[in-house]
Design a protein around this ligand. Structure first.
Ligand code: AMP
Ligand code: MG
Length: 364
């Protein structure tokens, strides 16, 4: 399973040669020069030793790679941090803060700094996306079996009833304390890994790491450039099957997060596919023209929140949201094989040969 996963997600393509970097936050470079390939062969690590840890955390396979002196120790601390955050945020672990909140029967719950921060961010993004991101979707998610892997199709009456327990506007959150009405439950599934990426980035940088790539189950976060100063090459997952639709070049501290219902879905008795991203308006899994959305941002938590919520909004809604904000880059793949990219994403993206027939469109 690990090998399969690596082939699927881990997107660094070492056999490509690159050029320089510029810019302020994160930079994209067109790979037209791949073919210039003057130097051929694999790149050497000039900035120090490579160290990596691989483990299962937050219900997914993670691989953290860092370069330079002290990389092993820093990665060990990063792995422990993931375990610590998971123990705070798991919706199923009875000891977790989220479990306590979800079972506090209307009583306020006190929270750790990191939990406060992630909840406050999730609520802010819920508002900003008009509820497309809905951190209280958990009761509906459970009814579809996505929390237990015993999938089923709930009937309309059941969904309508469960939706009365959903609504971020009714969460009271102040002075670091949270009140959930009885029956309501939080789920950080859409933002937790992204925020974890931000926390790990900070931790690694504080440990003196200036070059690293973190794969948190498909959420990729980079620190600095590759040790030889070149950009990272990230494969963007093919939502229709194996492999990647193309390669994105990034440098600097950058998060690249992809969401899609292909990640987790089941086939119902009616032959239809039902995915794990729920439209909070209907209580049904999202079923629009989008196959996947990739968000590129300096911040993992923003990229994570937006990749999920742009899937909910659909193509037109996602483009409208981008036009209103313009503080992130986006790659949206439709089920009929069109690919919409914002300008900087387009400049940094090279389509795989196998997807050469995909229609590329720039979002302006
Ligand atoms: P992601 O993989 O980041 O797109 O997040 C998907 C996960 O977020 C699901 O597995 C659920 O745990 C949760 N989720 C599903 N639908 C929503 C939604 N509309 N808003 C917030 N979280 C959601
Ligand atoms: Mg997400």
């Amino acid at each position: 399973m690990r090998k399969e996963y690596k082939e699927r997600i881990w997107g660094e393509l070492d056999d490509m040669k690159t050029m320089c970097k510029t810019g302020v936050l994160f930079f994209f470079i067109i790979l037209i020069t791949i073919l210039s390939g003057a130097c051929g062969g694999s790149q050497g690590i000039t900035g120090g030793r490579e160290a990596a840890v691989e483990f299962f955390g937050m219900n997914t396979y993670m691989k953290l790679t860092a370069y330079g002196d002290g990389a092993e120790d820093a990665l060990e601390r990063a792995e422990s941090k993931v375990a610590e955050l998971e123990s705070l945020w798991s919706a199923t672990d009875r000891q977790s803060e989220i479990y306590q909140i979800n079972h506090s029967a209307g009583q306020p719950a006190d929270l750790s700094e990191e939990t406060k921060e992630v909840i406050s961010f999730a609520l802010k993004m819920a508002k900003q996306t008009d509820g497309a991101l809905e951190p209280t979707i958990y009761p509906v998610l459970t009814a579809w079996g996505f929390t237990t892997e015993e999938n089923r199709i709930p009937d309309e009456a059941e969904i309508a009833k469960l939706l009365t327990r959903v609504g971020y506007e009714r969460v009271e959150f102040s002075d670091g304390r949270i009140w959930l009405q009885e029956g309501m439950e939080l789920d950080l599934g859409a933002v937790g890994k992204g925020y974890t990426g931000d926390i790990l980035t900070e931790l690694l940088k504080e440990s003196g790491i200036s070059s690293a790539i973190l794969d948190l189950g498909g959420n990729i976060q980079t620190i600095g450039s590759k040790p030889d100063g070149s950009e990272w090459k990230l494969g963007i997952r093919n939502p229709f099957g194996e492999g990647s639709i193309g390669v994105l070049s990034v440098a600097g501290d950058t998060a690249v997060v992809t969401s899609g219902n292909y990640e987790r879905y089941f086939v119902g008795g009616d032959g239809k596919e039902y995915g794990h991203i729920i439209d909070p308006d209907t209580g049904y899994p999202v079923d629009n023209e989008l196959a996947s959305v990739t968000i590129i941002s300096e911040e993992g938590k923003l990229a994570d929140a937006l990749s999920t919520s742009m899937m909910v909004k659909g193509l037109a809604g996602a483009i409208e949201y981008w036009r209103a904000h313009r503080d992130f880059e986006m790659i949206a793949v439709t089920k009929d094989r069109e690919i919409y990219l914002t300008q900087k994403a387009k400049e940094a993206f090279v389509l795989s040969d196998a997807f050469g027939n995909m229609e590329i469109k720039e979002v302006e």
